[in-house]
Design a binder for this molecule. Structure first.
Ligand SMILES: [Zn+2]
Length: 133
């Protein structure tokens, strides 16, 4: 027999995925360690498709967990950044409109000026979202 090795470091090709929740169990297990569903099912095309789907889902979940550990993934970051700019630009625009409208009703020059400034910044923030790089 081979030397003693920690089981967790062993690569196990015979993992049996739970058909109910997708948890990878040891091949020797008869019940899912996670949800206690029986791991034995007829070898039909349907269960094969389901198994494949669960393997993909499990991998995706692992990947997602890794991405969360690393912060946001690279592909999401620009979208979120643009979304942030969009919201900020929109807010500036709305605040600007508010100041301009109060400036007009109160015939206050300073309010109008502040409003114009906000509109200006809002406009350029929004512009940088849609016309970027
Ligand atoms: Zn399960």
């Amino acid at each position: 027999m081979s030397k003693k090795e920690p089981i967790s470091l062993h690569h196990k090709p015979d993992t049996r995925l739970c058909l109910n929740c997708g948890f990878p169990n040891r091949a020797s297990d008869k019940l899912c360690m996670y949800c206690k569903t029986s791991l034995f099912e007829e070898a039909s095309l349907l269960s094969w498709i389901r198994q494949t789907y669960l393997i993909l889902r499990w991998r995706w979940q692992l990947k997602e967990r890794r991405d969360k550990a690393n912060g946001f993934s690279q592909s999401y970051l620009p979208i979120l950044k643009n979304l942030g700019y969009f919201v900020v630009g929109l807010l500036l625009f709305v605040v600007g409109l508010y100041f301009v409208s109060t400036g007009l009703t109160d015939s206050s020059f300073s309010s109008g000026l502040i409003g114009m400034l906000f509109l200006f910044y809002g406009f350029f923030t929004l512009k940088s979202v849609f016309i970027s790089k």
